[in-house]
Design a protein. Structure first.
Length: 313
């Protein structure tokens, strides 16, 4: 019995010995975890503060333009702050009717150009992307590389020969020079975007459709195109924003005030000889930004999904 009691006491002592270092280790680990959580929280707090400050600096010009559109012209540059002492809505009514036509006329012109460019890019770029991604033809890799090189070609390099061409066929002062190039898959960025998306679609679907007797047109329309909704939505949003804000192309081809788009119409508010109505200019600038804001707001989910699923990360 004494031997058994001695052995049990020795075992309990041996088990009790490492218990203290374990407690110390646990205390150290808990302290380390607590310190790490405090550092992580402090870093996150500093990061959010910096992001808020950076966001406020970037959004300040837009907020200032909104506030300035609600001020009289004589107070716009006297008070650069964001505090609004007087509310003047006359800038919106005066700006809407300040030009030859109501400002809605120029928004309709921009909408016509935007719709034509969107349809052109969706049709032509999707067909070109399917050809590069699925068809095997001579020098396809070389042509794809040449197509990518056109992304680095500035628009100003080709504007002179394009203007001479469109002038000879009588398309100046029409919307055709702004729409027709989109029907020829000239936006290589969207072609590349769709090519990357189509390459992510399994070719087993193409083979299954081919077994059922479908050719390339039917495979493109019935199989590939319905699966390209994210890429098509991304193309639509980017085309809308870029075309709606395009000033240079519209300024070159449209010289008749009846054909002005929104950016060119906004430029008409600035007159170097007469006085510039800054309040009306800011008010109509806010009105012109609303369609872009709404399109981006409702299409943001498709935009992110389209970019994330096309290999551009």
């Amino acid at each position: 019995m004494t031997n058994l009691q001695t052995v049990s006491k020795d075992a309990s002592v041996s088990n009790a010995v490492p218990e203290a270092p374990r407690k110390k280790r646990r205390v150290r680990e808990s302290r380390g975890t607590l310190a790490f959580s405090r550092k992580a929280r402090s870093r996150a707090f500093i990061k959010h503060v910096l992001l808020i400050i950076s966001g406020s600096v970037m959004i300040y010009p837009l907020l200032w333009m909104v506030v300035s559109s609600l001020r009289p012209d004589d107070l716009i540059f006297k008070d650069p702050g964001l505090w609004l002492n007087t509310l003047d809505l006359s800038n919106y009514t005066n700006g809407w009717n300040a030009l030859t036509h109501p400002f809605g006329h120029y928004m309709i012109n921009s909408a016509i150009v935007v719709i034509g460019c969107i349809l052109g890019n969706l049709i032509s770029c999707s067909m070109a992307a399917y050809a590069f991604a699925r068809l095997k033809f001579t020098a396809s890799t070389l042509l794809f590389g040449v197509m990518l090189l056109t992304i680095m070609l500035p628009f100003h390099v080709v504007i002179v020969p394009q203007y001479v061409l469109f002038s000879q066929i009588g398309w100046v002062n029409t919307f055709w020079p702004l729409i027709v190039p989109k029907l020829l898959a000239t936006d290589a960025f969207f072609v590349f975007l769709m090519v990357q998306f189509i390459r992510g679609i399994p070719k087993d679907l193409d083979e299954a459709a081919r077994i059922d007797g479908a050719g390339h047109p039917r495979i493109f329309l019935r199989v590939i195109l319905p699966l390209m909704v994210p890429a098509l939505a991304t193309t639509t949003i980017f085309t809308f924003i870029w075309t709606w804000n395009d000033f240079f192309g519209a300024l070159i081809y449209l010289t008749d005030p009846d054909m002005f788009t929104v950016p060119v119409a906004l430029r008409a508010f600035v007159d170097s000889q007469a006085g510039t109505s800054w309040g009306s200019l800011f008010a109509m600038s806010i009105v012109s930004l609303l369609p872009v804001f709404l399109i981006f707001l409702f299409g943001q989910r498709y935009l992110i999904k389209g970019i994330a699923t096309t290999g551009i990360k």
